[in-house]
Design a protein around this ligand. Structure first.
Ligand SMILES: Cc1cc2nc3c(=O)[nH]c(=O)nc-3n(C[C@H](O)[C@H](O)[C@H](O)COP(=O)(O)O)c2cc1C
Length: 201
C-alpha cells in the first residue's frame, strides 16, 4: 500500500563561510548561462547558495547577506526543486516545504528551467514592505523590492561563479501561472526567477 506523501522540510547543512574563490576572480567569472544538465547540487552547495542569497550574516541584529530598503526584509526566496516547492527560512536555515509538486517548468518560458536542479523565485511580501492596500497595489509598489532582489541575485551569481555552477536571472515567465502554482497570496508578488544548476558538459 502506498502512503500519501507528507510535507518534508529540508534542514540545510551549515554554510561554509570560509570557502570560495577570491572575490575578484568571482566577479571576473560571473556570467549568465542557458545550458544545463540535470545533476543535483550537493547539500553543501544548496546550503551555500541560499545563505549567499538571503542568509543571516549578523545573527545578533537579524541582518542578511543582502541589503533591504529601510531594513524591511520583505523579500522571500522560494526554491523550486524536483522534490517540490520550498520557502527558505533564513532564521533556521531550512527549506520549508510548501508542496511536493515539481513546478520548475512553470518558473519560466525557457526549456532549460525544467532541466536545471534549482529555480529560485524571489517574492516580495507587500505587507512586510508596509505598502498600503497590499492586495491591490500596482507595479510601482514593487520598485524597492526589485532593487533589493538585484542584490540577492548578484550574490547568487557570485556564489555560482565560485562553485562553477551555471546560473541565470530571469524575468521571462507567466507570472500569474507561476503565482498560482506557488499558491501565493495576493500580497505576495513575484519579482524574478533565477536558475541554478550544473552546466551542460
Ligand atoms: C532583470 C533581468 C531579467 C532577465 N531576464 C532573463 C530571462 O528571462 N531569460 C534569460 O535567458 N536571461 C535573462 N536575463 C539575463 C540577461 O539576458 C543577461 O544578464 C545579459 O544578456 C547579460 O549577460 P551576462 O549576465 O552574462 O553578463 C535577465 C537579466 C536581468 C537583469
Amino acid at each position: 500500500m502506498s502512503l500519501p506523501s507528507i510535507a518534508q522540510d529540508i534542514k540545510l547543512v551549515k554554510p561554509d563561510k570560509s570557502g570560495g574563490i577570491p572575490l575578484m576572480q568571482a566577479l571576473n567569472n560571473r556570467t549568465s548561462s542557458r545550458e544545463y544538465d540535470n545533476r543535483k547540487l550537493t547539500d553543501e552547495q544548496l546550503s551555500g547558495l541560499l545563505w549567499a542569497a538571503w542568509g543571516i550574516n549578523r545573527p545578533e541584529e537579524g541582518k542578511h547577506t543582502a541589503p533591504s530598503s529601510n531594513n524591511k526584509q520583505e523579500m522571500q526566496v522560494y526554491v523550486s526543486l524536483e522534490s517540490g516547492l520550498y520557502l527558505y527560512v533564513p532564521e533556521s536555515h531550512l527549506l520549508k516545504q510548501i508542496h511536493n509538486r515539481d513546478i520548475r517548468k512553470s518558473t519560466g518560458k525557457q526549456d532549460f528551467v525544467e532541466i536545471a536542479a534549482v529555480n529560485l523565485v524571489f517574492v516580495s511580501d507587500l505587507i512586510k514592505a508596509g505598502v498600503t492596500n497590499p492586495e491591490k497595489a500596482g507595479p510601482e509598489a514593487l520598485n524597492t523590492s526589485a532593487i533589493n532582489t538585484g542584490f540577492m541575485a548578484q550574490n547568487v551569481y557570485l556564489y555560482c561563479a565560485s562553485e562553477k555552477l551555471a546560473c541565470v536571472v530571469r524575468g521571462w515567465m507567466d507570472t500569474p501561472e507561476l503565482a498560482k502554482a506557488m499558491e501565493l497570496a495576493p500580497h505576495q508578488r513575484i519579482i524574478v526567477s533565477q536558475t541554478v544548476g550544473y552546466p551542460k558538459k
